[in-house]
Design a protein around this ligand. Sequence first.
Ligand SMILES: [Zn+2]
Length: 429
Amino acid sequence: MTDNRIPDSLDSLWTTCHLATLRAGEDGYGVLNNGALAVKDKKIVWIGPESNLPEGIRRRTPTVHNLGGAWVTPGLIDCHTHLVYAGNRTGEFERRLNGATYEEITRHGGGIMSTVNAVRAADEEDLYMQSVLRLKAMQAEGVTTLEIKSGYGLDPESEMKMLRVIHRLGRDFPVNVMPTFLGAHALPPEYRDDPDGYIDLIVDKMLPAVASGGLAVAVDAFCERIAFSPAQTERVLRAAVSLGFKVKLHAEQLSDLKGAALAAQYGALSADHLEYLDKDGIAAMARNHVTAVLLPGAFYFLQETKKPPVNHLRAAGVRMAVSTDCNPGSSPCTSPLLMMNMACMLFGLTPVEALRGITIHAAHALGMEDKAGSLEPGKRADFAIWDISEPAELSYGMGGNPCRLVVKDGEIVIRREDPYTTGRDDVVL
Ligand SMILES: [Zn+2]
């Protein structure tokens, strides 16, 4: 922990609470009962037992929030989303449940190309407005940082449109948005017979344009039989790294193409999905400190049966993050809390692993671990305040939302009204 001396003047003080700090150097929740947290200049500057607060500091602090015994966690981090898209795939969902085959669904214009067509047809404002609803749903569950990928445009103009919308969401809402370019998400119809030609377009035109426009921080690709081969993926990763992008990869979701090891070789922040990950892939991730991003929503929605090798990842010391994978085709989900529950029930994570997975380990998956993901002095004052009796309750619930307040850069940005307020006069919310 960095310097934890309390400064003479503060912007705000948060008292009468229990904290799950998730601080570095601990495996558990980092619980601090009867704690307090001090904020100055949008950062956490002090955290400790309330009884250690110096004499007179309350009087000198402009805003003191008495939280009435609530729990405080770091703001949640959703490190893998495709939140910006147009339309939805409800029709396809209904046809599937009425017994339609994959071929029939595709014939009716279903599948990822229906989303690509909807995104290409949508104007920028419409794409933005449709995405705002999903972003707000996530914020209401305590999300203060999220990654959003492009990847439904699949041509230079539409991919740039998506990235501009992603940036605008980050500017307009009190949330940190990490934009990721996912041009290599699927093969666009124009290149059906020339996949390498599409990779040429990404490497020669799209990546340099994204770099010069400052439109993305990271580059991702989908390495899978139904998407891009390891050789094609490697061309994208190599070009991305040479342009200074961080990289990550959709790997081993439906088959084992050794994508995670390839990602590790290129210094990836994360490899994501990983149902078919083998022991060599796990070893490569452990050696190179690649975070494993688990996406139980897609596993559930696609009714997969092969689970990611959680026991082996745990034994190898690979950090495991948990994310919604919010997307219209395989995880139409805006609930990080439900993903924590599913990570426990479907993949066997413990509740503390699920909470670490959607806070500090998710921060690692975005390369933001020095700024976010735990309650520690020096980090952004991003936190969520919950009406729960212990931290495991966040993983326990299926539906419902006990988030009372969301704080971003030290300011309350979401305030849950009754029935979650305590009704006590002495509790200032
Ligand atoms: Zn994804």
